[in-house]
Write a protein that binds this ligand. Sequence first.
Ligand code: 13P
Length: 283
Amino acid sequence: MIHSKRLILADAQSKGYAVPAFNVHNLETLKAVLETAQDLRSPVMIAATPSTVRYMGKNFLIKMMEAAVKSYDFPVCFHLDHHENLDDIKNLIHMGVQSVMIDASHHSFEENIRIVREVVEYAAPFGVAVEAELGRLSGMEDDIEVDEKDQIYTNPKQAEEFVRRTGIDSLAVAIGTAHGLYKGEPKLDIDRLAVIQQEVDVPLVLHGASGLPDELVRETIDRGICKVNVATELKMAFVKGLRSYLQENPEANDPRYYFKDAVVQMKQVVAEKIKLCGSFNRG
Ligand code: 13P
């Protein structure tokens, strides 16, 4: 069932849980996410970064998503993750995406507002929800690497102004999470998140959830996080399953078989994240 991100996140916000958003890269990842979400009756978001759109081809990706969501009867929303190019975003909105993250967080505050506002205005007649980021996460996401020293935490006062002036539907916050795996023990500024939650009324988004201890993720959900983004852990599960299958079956050459363990491993991660987010039986 195709569902608007607005409604999915509004339900999560009002009931105090989070919706997991999984980055997908191929048919196997997509099926692992959707089949698990169906079993656990969880709303989910399926996310694709610009390089995934390039890798899969936008026509294939959109059609695959359309076909996939029609096959399930729980709330699913297809979301563009970390998109920066306005022409690409507009084109993909026309093609049917239901939710967009415009990432202009590397620009100045005013420029970030200007770019995000343009996307919000463009998306509005299509009913497409817009997420944007204020502050900057460290780590590697898509083709972009941000050094730890260049991360910028979200300023709560600016967050209020940013949400008000852009009209976004959800705000991605930088509170110490990082894309990819953590080098040391992750330390989150939970107090900052609590202040941001008081300042803004839109649902908050946590990027960089892979490798975060469960207690920390739960603390962020208690303080307003309504969407939890997971990419790296799913990729690691995929390759773990694939590697072990190929090690045990070195002669294997049929993808319908050698992807099986990869899907099993990914389903485990998806189920764990759904339980962690408290989104099961909400769909
Ligand atoms: P991880 O790769 O750390 O799970 O981050 C995912 C993410 O935030 C996608 O936007």
